[in-house]
Write a protein that binds this ligand. Structure first.
Ligand code: TMP
Length: 423
């Protein structure tokens, strides 16, 4: 099976050495590996080398376009092109790709323009995995001058320029977080240490599978506890408590938002409401939770299939952890991606992206399971598959309308939806 791995990083981060070592490692394990670097050895690449040395003058816009042209040639070259190697089932490892144009030329031109012209070009293959080697720019320059000998430095090789490009790389990868599979590798330390980090990242990315679970309405039914705490807080604040149908809407989204939406639009009072709610929730409300039928069996079966399991919820982390502990399911979870008590905003899409980074899992191997629109929209934001469960707190067609990839009626349908296998 072919795979396309790209190395990125500032000049001097050791990409060339590490690519050589990774290629050797994979070849020893029986893989057919093809390595190449940008700019290419084709005539278009040779022209770029002359630009980089300062011998040929080129505006940053023209330089960006030259890199694109060279990249297309390198993809489509009939002799030794990337496309040809991928079609042959090889592992292709490339030293730099379009991310370098976004960072190096993007900081002197317009990053969005650079991105558009690449992403709109049908001749460029998308990498499966991007490894971004990180190192402070001063250290990079130190290494470049040590290794270059009498050879002159290239146009981007100053600490000032590399500092700006480093910041640009970070904003490029932030912007592409939901589009590409990018993992940061600390490039400091010995060659062998960095190699080990790279081998771990590659093997994890191509083998690990991650299933993220929303908590309330998906894993546990805590509605009684939640409703009782809302009633308690309303009484304490002297406001009328909403009816049962509206109380259902409080499960899932941030309490703070629900107070503003369903009780009264007052941010300070909403904060006080959350405090009152927690006053009862911490000692009593959280003990009024129960597991949906079949949850422990589902988790065991997914673990047996090799899935890493984690919680991705808008409920404060400490509450989720202590409920999971009390209900005997904490050993299934590798981590909890949830807000802290002081967070008022919740970015579930961001939590999904963080989870993929933490476990080094590709988005194609990640799935989010949840019972409300907020879970499905979070999955969409992170660009991962979503499974909507209908036994929770969504209204009639909520999950279908927001575009859940699959919906299931009960816990017994989740295993098949996640793995594609029968139980
Ligand atoms: P390298 O062979 O040391 O990686 O050098 C290539 C140089 O070209 C490096 O300074 C980064 C620069 N470059 C760009 O400016 N834009 C690009 O798209 C690429 C691939 C490289």
């Amino acid at each position: 099976m072919s795979r396309f791995i790209v190395f990125e990083g500032l000049d001097g981060t050791g990409k060339t050495t590490q690519i050589k070592k990774l290629a050797e490692y994979l070849k020893n394990r029986g893989e057919s590996v093809f390595t190449d670097a940008e700019p290419s050895a084709l005539p278009s690449g040779k022209l770029i080398r002359r630009v980089l040395s300062g011998e040929v003058k080129s505006s940053p816009w023209a330089t960006a376009a030259l890199f694109l042209a060279d990249r297309i040639n390198q993809n489509a070259d009939p002799e030794n092109g990337i496309a040809k190697h991928l079609e042959a089932g090889d592992t292709v490892i490339l030293d730099r790709y379009y991310f370098s144009t976004f960072a190096y030329q993007g900081y002197e031109t317009d990053m969005d323009w650079a991105m558009d012209m690449h992403y709109l070009c049908p001749e460029l293959r998308k990498p499966d995995l991007v490894l971004f080697l990180t190192m402070p720019p001063e250290k990079c320059i130190e290494r470049i001058t040590e290794n270059r000998g009498a050879q002159p430095l290239e146009i981007y090789e100053t600490t000032e320029k590399l500092t700006e490009i480093s910041a640009k790389f970070n904003s490029v990868f932030e912007k592409l977080a939901a589009k590409e599979n990018v993992f940061y590798i600390d490039a400091s330390g010995s060659i062998d240490e960095v190699h080990e980090r790279i081998v771990n990242a590659v093997s994890s990315a191509f083998s690990k599978k991650l299933a993220l679970f929303d908590f309330d309405g998906t894993v546990i039914d805590n509605s009684e506890g939640i409703y009782n705490c809302i009633r308690y807080a309303c009484e304490k604040m002297g406001v009328e408590c909403p009816g049962d149908e509206t109380l259902r809407r409080f499960v899932g989204p941030p309490l703070y938002d629900s107070y503003n939406k369903y009780i009264e639009d007052d941010n300070d009072r909403a904060l006080y409401f959350v405090d009152c709610y927690r006053e009862r929730y911490a000692p009593i409300g959280k003990t009024e939770a129960k597991l949906y039928n079949g949850i422990p069996e589902l988790f065991s079966a997914l673990k047996a299939e090799g899935y890493t399991l984690a919680v991705c919820s808008g409920k404060p982390r400490d509450f989720v952890m202590s409920i999971a502990e009390n209900l005997g399911i904490s050993s299934f979870f590798s981590d909890y991606f949830c807000p802290s008590f002081s967070d008022t905003g919740i970015d579930k899409g961001g939590y999904i992206l963080r989870a993929m980074k933490e476990f080094t899992v590709l988005r194609e191997n990640t799935v989010m399971v949840g019972d409300t629109k907020s879970d499905i929209l979070a999955a969409k934001k992170a660009n991962v598959r979503s499974i909507g469960v209908r036994y929770g707190f969504a209204s009639e067609n909520e999950l279908e309308e927001c575009g859940a990839d699959v919906t299931v009626d009960d816990v017994s349908g989740i295993f098949h939806a996640v793995t594609g296998k029968k139980t």
